[in-house]
Design a protein around this ligand. Structure first.
Ligand SMILES: [Zn+2]
Ligand SMILES: [Zn+2]
Length: 211
């Protein structure tokens, strides 16, 4: 699997283009800068079959409709964040410079669902807490974490649908059980691994101590 990161949109969120060696691809969180995303797709001659959103926040979805209309592909989000992508007020885009971004998702995802990408499988892991419908995507030893888990930190929990205890439970029970060598690609900032976060992330160290 190849993971290409592009910083996209006004808040430079991480958009990931994930593709197999055969050229089957998905785009995760097209936050904007759709021309850059299209340029990579064209350069690599890959075929994108869907857009998957890690969660419904405005800083991750600004380019969704433009990319969807260009490529004629479905947009998928966890069912618990459906209300957010449909409402610019709930996803906060109405208070961002991009203005109202709202749309109807094509497919609603659920926990442990498998998405097929060529001969590869992507597992959806529901990790509520930053939003109610936050998900991580696991394929081979690659984990896309959205705003659930960052290098050295975790997602904020003071926005609509956020809950600190639920977020920590998601991280500890669903992510920290993965092998240490699992590579983490977050929604903001740089990459990491599960093993590195276990050792150095203050939120995870505290939760392990308290457990
Ligand atoms: Zn977010
Ligand atoms: Zn974000």
């Amino acid at each position: 699997m190849i993971v290409k990161r592009l910083q996209a949109g006004v808040y430079a969120a991480n958009c990931y283009i994930i593709h197999t060696l055969d050229g089957d691809a998905i785009v995760v969180d097209p936050a904007g800068d759709v021309d850059d995303i299209m340029a990579y797709i064209t350069k690599k001659s890959i075929k994108v079959n869907s857009i998957i959103l890690t969660h419904g926040h405005g800083d991750h979805i600004g380019g969704v409709m433009e990319l969807k209309n260009k490529l004629k592909i479905p947009v998928m989000v966890h069912s618990a964040d459906e209300d957010m992508v449909k409402s610019g007020d709930l996803n906060l885009s109405t208070s961002m410079p991009i203005g109202d971004v709202s749309f109807e998702p094509d497919r609603l995802l659920k926990d442990e669902e498998i998405i097929h990408l060529g001969n590869k499988e992507i597992k959806i892991i529901h990790t509520p807490g930053h939003t109610r419908g936050g998900i991580c995507l696991l394929m081979d030893n690659i984990l896309i974490t959205g705003d659930t888990l960052f290098q050295g930190s975790i997602g904020r929990t003071d926005l609509y649908g956020g809950d600190f205890d639920i977020l920590m439970k998601s991280i500890m029970s669903k992510l920290m059980v993965l092998p240490d060598e699992t590579k983490i690609y977050p929604g903001h900032g740089g990459d990491s691994t599960i093993g590195y976060e276990k050792k150095s992330n203050p939120f995870i160290r505290k939760a392990s101590k308290d457990a």
